[in-house]
Design a protein around this ligand. Structure first.
Ligand SMILES: NC(=O)c1ccc[n+]([C@@H]2O[C@H](COP(=O)([O-])OP(=O)(O)OC[C@H]3O[C@@H](n4cnc5c(N)ncnc54)[C@H](OP(=O)(O)O)[C@@H]3O)[C@@H](O)[C@H]2O)c1
Length: 70
């Protein structure tokens, strides 16, 4: 949701935007994230997150991996 809105606003301002889906880049993969940042040097904004709040309590480590390390 945030990502789609941000892309629309930035492209509306004439910015070049690399909008990556999970299938393009899993943000828990350190090497892949580094490679993406090299390929599309910042300004980069991460809009991906573990957003299922109740589910995060049952899967704390996974949620932390995405929202912390990711
Ligand atoms: N929505 C709001 O009003 C709002 C307000 C303030 C802050 N925020 C924050 O903005 C962030 C995004 O929220 P949102 O509402 O935009 O959530 P969202 O619509 O659920 O989007 C989250 C995105 O993260 C992706 N994602 C999850 N794990 C990933 C991974 N390991 N690698 C790559 N992509 C991954 C999801 O991909 P899949 O679709 O493939 O699962 C999804 O596209 C969160 O930190 C949230 O707390 C949101």
């Amino acid at each position: 949701m945030l990502g789609r809105d941000l892309v629309r606003v930035l492209e509306g301002r004439g910015a070049e935007v690399a909008a990556l889906r999970r299938t393009d880049l899993d943000i828990t993969g350190r090497a892949a994230v580094r490679a993406a940042l090299w390929h599309w040097p910042p300004d980069v904004v991460n809009c991906a997150a573990w957003t299922a709040v109740e589910d995060a309590e049952a899967h704390e480590a996974d949620a932390l991996l995405v929202n912390g390390r990711g």
